[in-house]
Design a protein around this ligand. Structure first.
Ligand code: HOZ
Length: 429
């Protein structure tokens, strides 16, 4: 495969951009080789600057659930752009999307729009702290909630990929206010809560973890968190930046039947534009400024073009529930097919799969938390990644990310994914 133009662009980019990329995982450091510079994408496919075509299983890390350049979303953006790219003042679209979100996600009674998932999670814990008048938060090892200081403690995703789950630059004071527990371990949470009476403002969790690969929560674990929070006046925050509008209209909380106090959203909510949101119980959300004392603001928050994209995306999902059934069954076809290949080759790997998210882990252990995710053979993953690229399949360049299936990944595209996997898995062993 010829990627000389991507190589040249990467070299040039490093003169002006730290590491040549605007988000670390994209540098391919964990898998070796040079990152692809992308020139366009349509439907199930993404095209690099050298004209190579790949099936896209990253889908912009989740937002492109309907595939790339979806006609209705594109049209909504073009139409909105004609009336100015930004107002910095309230507009009608903000009401429409807020109403849509509160309808689709029943635990959200009021919602505040921001510009990214990181902003959403940072704001959500400030709100929880202001509401409870407490300082500490509990997060889970390997969960990633964006790059806010409080969350770069035992963080997954790019931080884990780069081997820096605790970042320099986070002050000792901030780090001390973040307590961590192993994912799926309720006893550890009970212990933290008992050892820190009346000082925990929030427990934040990805109900289906997507940032140490895809790992499902046990239902009893989430139910246990809900009852600990109720018992101790702690705000339960579900970070559904990845899972929101993906696993169901109402996200993972609908799958588990558990209502968090606050939900953070991102990715799909913007249809590919930079949008995030946090919302939840009215009583808590009314603590947000200007209604309440907890300050949070943004020049581009509620941006009209971004709201138009989000509205087109969410209303398509809301009006077509069949999308979720199809996504789930297409993902199952991929996962079952891969499992058959792994069994035929007598290979000992773990596949995790929830709805349209899945991960193949290069370990013979069951992957249920950060420790088991870390048991993976990342060098072998690198070989697998590079092999798939050669076969025209683009997956996340890290063992510690999940893959996202779009509605465009079906039929022949699935056949291509499976035949590429058969060849590559055979080759690398
Ligand atoms: N780390 C994010 C996904 N879990 C974003 C990665 C990227 O956009 O490069």
């Amino acid at each position: 495969m010829e990627i000389s133009r991507s190589k040249a662009l990467f070299k040039e980019a490093q003169n002006y951009i730290p590491g040549g990329v605007n988000s670390p995982v994209r540098a391919f450091k964990a898998v070796g080789g040079d990152p692809l510079f992308i020139s366009s994408a349509k439907g199930a496919y993404i095209y690099d600057e050298d004209g190579n075509k790949y099936v896209d299983l990253i889908n912009s890390w989740g937002p492109m659930i309907l595939g790339h350049a979806h006609p209705e979303i594109e049209a909504a953006v073009v139409e909105a752009a004609k009336s100015s790219l930004s107002f910095g003042a309230p507009s009608n679209r903000e009401i429409t999307i807020a109403e849509l979100i509160t309808t689709m996600v029943p635990s959200i009674e009021k919602v505040r729009m921001v510009n990214s998932g990181t902003e959403a999670t940072m704001s959500a814990i400030r709100l929880a702290r202001g509401y409870t008048n407490r300082d500490k938060v509990i997060k889970f090892e390997g969960c990633y909630h964006g790059h806010g200081d409080s969350f770069l403690i035992a963080a997954g995703s790019g931080a884990m990929t780069m081997g820096i789950p605790n970042s320099p630059g986070v002050t000792k004071g901030t780090a001390e206010d973040t307590l961590t527990a192993p994912f799926n371990n309720l006893d550890a949470v009970r212990k933290l809560v008992n050892n820190n009476p009346d000082s925990i403002a929030a427990i934040i969790i990805e109900p289906v973890a997507g940032n140490m690969g895809c790992i499902e929560s046990e239902k009893s674990f989430l139910e246990g968190l809900r009852s600990i929070c109720d018992m101790h006046g702690i705000v339960l925050i579900f970070d559904e930046v990845m899972t929101g509008f993906r696993l169901a209209k109402a996200g993972a909380q609908a799958l588990y039947g558990i209502k968090p106090d606050i939900t953070t959203l991102g990715k799909i909510i913007g249809g590919g534009m930079p949008v995030g949101a946090y919302g939840g119980k009215k009583e808590i959300m009314d603590f947000v400024s200007p209604q309440g004392p907890v300050y949070q603001a943004g020049t581009l928050s509620g941006n009209p073009v971004a709201m138009a994209a989000g509205q087109a995306m969410l209303s398509t999902l809301n009006d077509n529930p069949q999308i979720y059934t199809d996504l789930e069954s297409n993902t199952k076809t991929i996962v079952d097919g891969m499992q058959d290949i792994l069994n035929d080759l007598n290979l000992d790997y773990t596949m995790n799969h929830v709805g349209s998210m899945y991960s193949l882990f290069f370990t013979n252990q069951q992957v249920i938390d950060f420790e088991t995710a870390k048991s993976c053979d990342t060098a072998l993953f690198g070989k697998y990644f590079r092999g798939l690229l050669e076969e025209g399949v683009y997956i996340a360049p890290s063992q510690f990310e999940t893959l996202f299936v779009s509605t465009e990944i079906k039929g022949d595209v699935i056949d291509h994914i499976l035949s590429a996997n058969r060849k590559v898995l055979k080759d690398i062993h």
